[in-house]
Design a protein around this ligand. Structure first.
Ligand SMILES: O=P(O)(O)OC[C@H]1O[C@H](O)[C@H](O)[C@@H](O)[C@@H]1O
Length: 330
């Protein structure tokens, strides 16, 4: 029998935080009161994932340098989605449907999934976490489909960040469902006018600033001089974001996601956003691997997988040395 506690006080064990399978992952409470999982890699390499939205908000390299953009005005309070990092847009991207903009996954509480169905083993990855989202009764009223959305966030040994989404139709009434999807990735850049994106030139795109009309990109790499909001269709699986000033290239690799959205609100829209600083558009760029043009359809029991992998490598593009094809083809 357990020893009695002090007179008048029942001995109640202090609640233990849930154990995570990876010893390099820790669940902590942020100053806002929201819980986040911190993944630690070598040296100062680190990733933070909020259970709210299943949203990565920070990815730091070996030197502790932040690679993702998070607005200084981000609001960490439901139902507002967190402005920055990698919001998950599901089951709807943007206004491509009747749901709220970008769907509801980004403003729901996800839970830790300590026993997910296995993914292909990668013994080199030690820091990871698995999250799961299932619809609540309220969600079923606005999107009447039962699903399991499993998200693995992993920090690789060389500081690469990967997100793997598995979405399963668990409807028991035989009905398929369709959705659109995006990893709405906000990259931190030194100065948007010094950035170019390679891999999307000559692609077709839908221009959200022109009533989703379809155009073909002309000429060279994409550079930025004004607001942009385009959905590039059937984009290549590798896209490079070259930051001349920081001499850094982000390599974005996507699987299962044909499209890629490119967004920067520029000055006017920045001012209109409550959770975004007036001048912050200069220091961010969204490149969002997505499936927008053709919705994904799953029959009951079927599962879809979509993966995003990010790495940040030094670039010498400013000296004209870098062969863009080398970046894109490895
Ligand atoms: O303000 P949010 O709902 O987070 O959306 C931010 C942006 O997301 C995407 O990039 C869309 O293409 C844009 O049209 C939208 O403005």
């Amino acid at each position: 029998m357990a020893a009695p506690g002090p007179a008048g006080a029942a001995a109640s064990p202090s609640p233990q935080p849930p154990q995570l399978p990876s010893p390099f992952a820790e669940l902590v409470k942020s100053p806002s009161g929201l819980e986040k999982v911190v993944l630690r890699g070598s040296r100062n390499c680190c990733v933070e994932v909020y259970l709210y939205g299943g949203q990565v908000t920070s990815w730091k390299n070996d030197n502790g340098e932040e690679l993702l953009f998070l607005s200084s005005k981000a609001i960490f309070k439901p139902p507002k989605a967190i402005r920055g990092g990698i919001p998950i847009c599901f089951p709807q991207f943007g206004t491509h449907g009747n749901l709220e903009q970008h769907g509801f996954a980004r403003n729901r509480f996800w839970t830790i999934d300590n026993d997910p169905p296995p993914l292909p083993a990668n013994p080199a990855i030690k820091a990871y976490v698995d999250l799961i989202l299932r619809p609540s009764e309220e969600d079923l009223k606005i999107w009447p489909h039962s699903f399991e959305f499993r998200l693995r966030v992993a920090l690789g040994p060389s500081g690469d960040l990967s997100l793997t989404s598995r979405i399963r139709n668990t409807n028991t009434d035989g009905r398929p469902f369709s959705y659109t999807f995006a990893y709405h990735t906000y990259f931190s850049v030194s100065d948007i006018s010094e950035v170019r994106v390679e891999g999307l030139e000559t692609m077709d795109y839908l221009d959200n600033l022109k009533a989703k009309e379809r155009f073909t990109e002309q000429g060279d790499a994409i550079v930025f001089e004004s607001e942009i909001d385009k959905v590039y269709l059937a984009a290549p699986s590798k896209i490079a974001i070259i930051d001349h000033e920081k001499k850094k290239t982000f390599v974005v690799t996507k699987e299962g996601l044909p499209d890629s959205v490119v967004w920067n609100p520029w000055d006017k829209k920045a001012k209109a956003m409550q959770d975004f600083g007036d001048a912050e558009y200069k220091n961010m760029l969204c490149v969002e691997p997505a499936s927008v043009e053709k919705p994904i359809t799953l029959k009951p029991g079927e599962e879809w997988k979509g993966r995003l992998a990010l790495s940040a490598v030094p670039s010498s593009y400013c000296s004209g040395q870098l062969d863009p094809l080398k970046v894109l083809q490895g």
